[in-house]
Design a protein around this ligand. Structure first.
Ligand code: HEC
Length: 157
């Protein structure tokens, strides 16, 4: 009986909540996170962002790119990591410092385009093209590191 009453109360409370938000419950559920659909950084520290998004992806790609993949699984690994890096470069734009803003954007764009070329080469299973895109992407990653990190984090293929 007590359980039944409790269940009734829950249902009534649930209905009251539901009718209090008549507009799309989907939008209502996420409204406190980002009302207008803006990109909101989860991790504001550039250091943590590079260390936990870029670094592990780079290290995996380095291994996958050491030799031409023998099977589809190997190509999928390259496709996945190159896409993660290329898309993550989009998240660098909003992190540009005031000083050297335009250069930062240019480095991020170049890294993204070369990451995209690597992704496409992996989709086409073309290792020669993938290898040159990989090396060329790292040059763009490093160009930003040279300018904004005084030459630290120079990544090797
Ligand atoms: C627009 C500038 C920019 C671009 C482009 C860029 N990075 Fe970085 N990266 C940084 C900065 C700044 C740091 C140093 C962050 C810190 O420690 O404060 C960094 C640090 C790193 C580190 C060292 C992380 C650590 O914890 O030691 C790695 C690895 C790295 N980046 C990988 C990459 C890769 C791979 C690419 C290309 C796909 C790339 N980055 C492109 C700005 C950039």
């Amino acid at each position: 009986m007590v359980r039944l009453l409790l269940a009734c109360c829950l249902v009534v409370a649930g209905l009251a909540l539901f009718s209090a938000t008549p507009e799309s419950s989907f939008a209502a559920g996420y409204s406190s996170f980002s009302a207008d659909g803006d990109v909101v950084p989860v991790e504001e520290s550039m250091h943590e962002f590079m260390e936990y998004v870029f670094q592990p992806t780079y290290l995996r790609l380095k291994q996958s790119m050491a030799t031409a993949p023998a099977d589809n699984k190997g190509w999928k690994a390259i496709k996945s990591d190159s896409l993660i890096l290329a898309e993550s470069c989009n998240l660098l734009f909003s992190r540009a410092p005031e000083e050297g803003h335009a250069d930062w954007i240019a480095h991020a764009k170049a890294s993204r385009e070369k990451g995209a070329t690597l992704y496409k080469a992996a989709a086409a299973k073309d290792f020669t093209a993938a290898d040159s895109a990989w090396k060329s992407m790292l040059e763009s990653c490093n160009a930003c590191h040279k300018q904004f990190e005084e030459g630290k984090h120079i990544l090797k293929p």
